[in-house]
Design a protein around this ligand. Sequence first.
Ligand code: FMN
Length: 370
Amino acid sequence: MADKVSRIDDRYATVEKYTTLRGIHHDARRHLSEAEWNYLWCGTGDEVTLKDNVAAFDRYRFVAPLFAGIDNPNTQTRVLGFDLSFPAFIAPFGGEAVFHPEGHLAIGRAAEAAGIQQMVPVAASYPLEDIAAASSVASVFQMTFVGDEGAVLDLMDRAKAAGYRYICATYSPIRQWRERMMEDRFSIRGENGPANFGPGRSDPAPLVELLDFTQPRWNWQQAARAIARAPLPCIVKGVTSARDAHAALDAGAVGLYVSNYGGRTVDRTPAALDVLPSIRRAAGREVPIIFDSGVRRGSDIATALALGADAVALGRLIALGLAADGEHGVRRTLDLLQREFWTTLGHLGCSKVEDLSDAVLHQSELSLAR
Ligand SMILES: Cc1cc2nc3c(=O)[nH]c(=O)nc-3n(C[C@H](O)[C@H](O)[C@H](O)COP(=O)(O)O)c2cc1C
C-alpha cells in the first residue's frame, strides 16, 4: 500500500498543494467575494460569446495515432523572437490587484520561473515600470489607441524606456455592457477607461488617466500613423475577421492577436476559435498569431495551435491562479498547463510544437472550420 501511494505521489506530485486546475479554481472562488468573482467571469450582454468561446473548443476532437513512437515531446517554441518553454503568454488583464495585492508583480515572477513572457495592460494595478522591474519577462505593453496621438506615443516611449519590446494595440472606444458588474455596482478604473471605484480591493490604474477616453474616434489611417511612429514594433489585438487581419497588417502590425477579450467587449460576436482558421489563411504562414479567449486547459493549447495560432494567451486561468495563491498559484497553473500540453503532444504523436497541424484534428469536426 505504501508503495502504491508513493508511486501515485511521483506521478501526480501530491506534495504540491494543487494537483489539477480544479483545485486552483476552487481556492480562487473561496478567496474572492461575489463581486470580485463576477469581475473575473463577467462577459457582456447575455454572455453568449463568453460561453461560445469555450463551447468552440469542445466541438473539436483529436486523432490519437497508435504506436506513434513519441517519448519526450518538446514543448518549447519561438514566437515574436521569444524563446518560450511552451506556446503561451500571459494575457494583459487589468485591475488584477482585485485578485491578489501583488498583481502583475507576482504574475511576472511566476511567468519568468515558468519560461514564458508577460503582456502587461495599461490598466494594470501597478505602473508599467514597477512590473518591468519585477521580472525579465514583461515584454509586451498593451495600450488602447484612443485620444490624443501624442499622449499615446508618449506612453509608448515610457514602455520602451522601461524595457518592453512590443506594443499590443487595442481598440476600446466605448464602455461595455457588463450586467454582472452593473448589478454589483462594481467598477475598476482602467479596463474601459476611467470609472468610479466600487467595492473592489484594487487601487486605481493611474496610467489609464493619461489616455483620453472621451476622444475615441480612431480609424485605421490614424492607427497606421501611430504604428509607423511607434518606438517599438506593434501587434494588434482584437482581430476577429480576415478583413481586420488584412487591415492590421496593412497598417504595419508585425503580429496579430486573435481575441474577443474573453467575451468582455461585444456579445454575440463569434467564438474566437471559430474565426482563427480564416485569419491564419488571410495572414499567410509567416505572420505570428497569438490567440486567446476560451483556453481552459493544456489540450486547448494544442487545438488552437492546430488551427493556426503560434501561441495562446492566458487570461482568466492566470487570474484564478493569482486569486488562489498569488505567485505560487500562477506558477502552478502554468506548470499544470505545460504538463497537460506535453501529454497532449505525446498522445497526438507530435515530438515538437511545429508538428501540430489540422492533421491532429478529427476530420468531421475540422470541416466546420473550412
Ligand atoms: C479581469 C479581466 C480583465 C481584463 N482586462 C483587460 C485589459 O485591461 N486589457 C486587455 O487588452 N484585455 C483585458 N482582458 C482580456 C484578456 O486579456 C484576455 O483577452 C481574455 O481574458 C481572454 O479570455 P479567457 O480568459 O476567457 O480565455 C481582461 C480579462 C479579464 C478576465
